[in-house]
Design a protein around this ligand. Sequence first.
Ligand code: NAG
Ligand code: NAG
Ligand code: NAG
Ligand code: NAG
Ligand code: NAG
Length: 558
Amino acid sequence: MMLYQKSDSSEEIMNMNMEYEQRKTFRKDRCSRQTGMNVILGVCVIVFMMTFVIFLHQQRKFSMLESWMNSHSSNLTSVKPDLQKAEVQEKSKVETLMTNLASSLSSIMSKQEESLQKLERQDASHTEMKNLMVGLSSAVSALTSKLNEAVGNQDQKQTETKKLLDSLSSSVTSLLSDQQNKQHNFESLSSSLRDVKSSVSDLTSSFSSLSSQLSVTMQNVSQTDVKSLMNSLSSAVSALTAQLNDAVKKQDQKQSETERSLESLKSSLQTDQQNKQHNFESLSSSLRDLKSSVSDLTSSVASLSSQLSVMLQQDVKSLMNSLNFTVSALTSTLNDAVKKQDQKQTETERSLDTLKSSVQSDQQNKQRDLESLKSSISDLKSSVSDLTSSVASLSSKQQTSEERVMNALKEMITNMCTKTTDVSVAKCKPGWILYKSSCFLFSSDELNWTEARDYCKAQDALLLKIQEDDKEWAFLNNHTIPTSYWVGLTDQTTGQWRWVDDTPYIMNKERWNPGQPDDWKAHGLGEEGEDCAQITYSGKLNDNHCSVKMKFICRVQF
Ligand SMILES: *[C@@H]1O[C@H](CO)[C@@H](O)[C@H](O)[C@H]1NC(C)=O
Ligand SMILES: *[C@@H]1O[C@H](CO)[C@@H](O)[C@H](O)[C@H]1NC(C)=O
Ligand SMILES: *[C@@H]1O[C@H](CO)[C@@H](O)[C@H](O)[C@H]1NC(C)=O
Ligand SMILES: *[C@@H]1O[C@H](CO)[C@@H](O)[C@H](O)[C@H]1NC(C)=O
Ligand SMILES: *[C@@H]1O[C@H](CO)[C@@H](O)[C@H](O)[C@H]1NC(C)=O
């Protein structure tokens, strides 16, 4: 229309054009504002979806972790409560992290909703929206990085916990198998002790049958034969005794080894150690009982052999009875030891449960100890069963003929004698000399009498106590002449001559130098006379001043 009115005034047309231009600009402005709004809305929706997806992912992870934790919770209950606590802490940490995240997410969501409302109202200016968007995007990126970090932390923690649990379960299974081994060892040990016990009771019964048969047959055996046989029997029994002593020594050694390894465990196992030490002490005391009953056996056999030289048949019978009694005492002591061992086994099993986490290396040492203990006990067992079987064969043979009895006795004695020589090699400490059933130390150091006595005592020996045995006296002279040695004889305390173990000395003037002891006082060494005894260079006894330093003789008797 405006074009058709060209002929009208150009001013009017110009005005109309201007109006048209103004309207066009106004429309263009509105268009661009709506597009900006749509972009902002799109961005918001994308951000919201991203956040939602991340939140879903996090929740899934958390539920996976929870189910994994549940699957391990049964195993966890069996391990130390410390670890359980640690895990609970870990769990609660993760949970608080998750709740923080959830709350920050919800705050972000509420912020978004606010901004959406703002946009819908279209009140906010362009710049305000721009600022809002920038803030929103920075908040979202901070949130994203926080979420990533949290996810990373969580994964790390999860793998750490997994590793910890794996190592725990493997150590628990190895401990279980170790414990089973130990139990097995203890069972075999106690069964072998039971074997020893039964073979000792066999021995007892064979001895009693032997003694009853001897009382019948002794009439036909010449006295000298019996005497020599009894002597041999006594040496055979002393060989058995020595073997038992060895076993006891091994046991003692083992005890001290175990005590040492227990020492290394001290820090973590103090209460357990006290129990163990107590057990071992009772074991060693029962072994000491065993030792003493064995030495009783020896002494009763020795007295048997010495009294046989003036023997009557009734005496043999009664001596056999006392032998029988000693053997049964030995049996009961072994029974006690077995019982104590059984008790100890159950106690050890209980304490093993508390030991679980720290005992693995120590247990290997213990197992070695137990095995050597077991082998020494089986040695003992076999030697006792040898003795039993030889006594049994002896008694069966006796029933048919007296000659066979004598042969069997001789056979048994040679058996025992070879055993004795085998055992003897290890009996004396290096530097000590074996004679009969004693070890002698002829010292090279020179000490005064008191120091010499104390030295021997520290070696579990006695300063020499001399027996009324001419062969032993010859043996001593063979080693002393031409040197002087202190012996364990003094009248220092009582005025009467006594041995160091406080037994009385019966004067035998033949063994003293002529005119000795004389308690000579002109030696210039002190006010008192001569109160301590020596073997002089000539192989005779003499009293001397106790402060003189000279060589000395220690003795250990089995
Ligand atoms: C839990 O311990 C049992 C045996 O005690 C084992 O078979 C199982 O695999 C363990 N579970 C895990 C998750 O380690
Ligand atoms: C040996 O001792 C047991 C019990 O101590 C006794 O029953 C048995 O009769 C004794 N045997 C002999 C031969 O004395
Ligand atoms: C053993 O002695 C008894 C009587 O003392 C006698 O009757 C018996 O014949 C003797 N036996 C032998 C094998 O000498
Ligand atoms: C003492 O020595 C002599 C000769 O060296 C020897 O024949 C004798 O058997 C020895 N006696 C003892 C008891 O050792
Ligand atoms: C032996 O020697 C020790 C240490 O030198 C001393 O204390 C002690 O009195 C001495 N004994 C005698 C009896 O002289």
